[in-house]
Structure formats: structure tokens, C-alpha cells
Design a protein. Structure first.
Length: 258
């Protein structure tokens, strides 16, 4: 499934070479430059972006370092396959949001979350401090106060998951949480529980995460985290299905020519 579900613009670049790298990176991720395709020559890109050759070369170096491009003598600059991209790079994640998140991106994100977050919750139950519990309860209270389809709700949800990663005491889990923060926030916005029953389910299972960590119940903390991630996946699927249905309904009712 390659159709984009939604585009979530991120911050703009601060320098010329960063902006050129962002523009080319978004085009690669969106499929405008396909795998194995050679980028236009330097002269064409310089004219396209209105930058100097050193700026363009710096942008290309950035994209090579992030795994999106490779350079070969007498061949040129080639777009690499998706599997070579550094998906834990903050810019690459941000460019996905600019290009438009698709169902594959959301599925991959959910899978890495299932591989990491339940373990983080289990460790948090064993290692949490009183300060960690305060942070978790604060995030939970904010979720209850915010409208379920608001940015505030998504931010509070994100803060809770980051608090779990911090409470785990594992530096790698903390780093992963912060690196994929923008993607998680976008995911939470897309899976916002617009129906009251969905909202209550989301709050219930997040509260169970908090309670289990506070009670040092590692098994329950992991189970509740898995349930939270699966619930979010189901809401993504429902929202994607609704969008497809709306797009079909919006199409004209073409009839066969006589």
C-alpha cells in the first residue's frame, strides 16, 4: 500500500545545504526519484535550487551519509533501496512526515514499538523511581484533560511513552524513544480516539501501564503496553479504510461509453 494517508509538515531547514538535502530527501521518500534512478546532473540541480556547487555537494554528502544516495564514478548519484535508509535518523523520519505517511510506514513503526516498548515497560516496573511515577501520572492526567482528537492529547500520550522509556533505565531505549519522537507524535495524531468508547479504551489501557509500573508488576506493564500499541494499529486501519471509502465516494460515477 503506497498511497499517502496524511502529510504532516515538519520544521524547515536552517541552511542552504540542509534545505537542498531535505527537498531531495522528500522527493526520494515520496517516490519521485525511484530506487536505482540517477539524479539529474550537478548543473541541472544547481539551476533548480539556485545554490552553489559546494552547497549542492554538501547536500549530496548528507544524503549519502543517511543511506538515501550512493555516488559512483562515471555513473553518477543513484537513489538507494529503502532498506538502506537510516530510519533512526531524525531528518529521515521528519522527511517521511513531509512526504506523507503511508500504511507501510505506520506498520513498520508499530513493529519496532512492539519490539521495544513492552520490554521498556517491563524494565520500568522493576527500576522506576518516585520521580518516574510522578511523570507518568502527570502525563496520564493531561490525557484525561485534553480532547481526544487534539494536539494536546497526542503530546500527553507521547510524554507518557517517553516517561516509560526513561523509567526503564536503559540508555538505548531512551535514545530510541527520543529519536522516533516525531514519528510517534504523528502516529498518535492519526490514531486519535475520536469516538467516546475508543477514548475510554485508550485511557483505560494507558492507566493500566501506569498502575502496573507503580505496582512493580512487570508482566502487566508489558501486557498493557502491547494492548495500547495494538489498539492504535486498529484505529490506524479503520481511519485508512474510511479515507479510502471517502476517496472512492468522491470519484465521479463514470459510465462506459456506448
Amino acid at each position: 500500500m503506497t498511497s499517502r494517508i496524511v502529510v504532516i509538515p515538519t520544521r524547515r531547514a536552517h541552511s542552504n545545504h540542509e534545505e537542498v538535502a531535505r527537498s531531495i530527501g522528500v522527493d526520494i521518500i515520496a517516490g519521485r526519484y525511484a530506487k536505482g534512478m540517477r539524479l539529474p546532473g550537478d548543473a541541472e540541480l544547481i539551476a533548480m535550487f539556485g545554490v552553489s556547487r559546494p552547497v549542492l555537494r554538501e547536500a549530496v554528502k548528507t544524503l549519502v551519509a543517511k543511506g538515501l544516495l550512493s555516488t559512483k564514478a562515471r555513473v553518477g548519484t543513484i537513489v538507494r533501496e529503502r532498506g538502506a535508509w537510516n530510519m533512526f535518523d531524525a531528518d529521515v523520519l521528519a522527511w517521511h512526515l513531509d512526504a506523507g505517511i503511508d500504511r507501510r510506514f505506520l506498520g513498520d513503526l508499530a513493529e519496532i514499538r512492539l519490539a521495544v516498548e513492552p520490554r521498556a515497560a517491563r524494565l520500568a516496573a522493576a527500576r522506576r523511581s518516585e520521580a518516574d511515577i510522578v511523570a507518568l501520572k502527570c502525563s496520564m492526567e493531561l490525557m484525561r484533560q485534553e480532547a481526544p482528537d487534539s494536539i494536546g492529547f497526542a503530546d500527553a500520550d507521547l510524554a507518557l511513552h517517553i516517561a516509560v522509556a526513561n523509567a526503564s533505565g536503559n540508555l538505548f531505549m531512551r535514545s530510541i524513544g527520543h529519536v522516533i519522537e516525531a514519528a510517534l507524535r504523528a502516529s498518535f495524531l492519526l490514531s486519535a480516539p475520536s469516538e467516546e468508547q475508543d477514548r475510554e479504551t485508550v485511557l483505560l489501557w494507558h492507566q493500566r501501564i501506569v498502575d502496573a509500573i507503580a505496582d512493580r508488576d512487570a508482566d502487566m506493564a508489558a501486557r498493557a503496553m502491547i494492548e495500547v500499541i495494538h489498539n492504535g494499529m486498529h484505529r490506524h486501519e479503520r481511519s485508512a479504510g474510511l479515507q479510502v471509502a471517502e476517496n472512492v465516494a468522491a470519484k465521479p460515477d463514470w459510465k462506459d461509453e456506448p
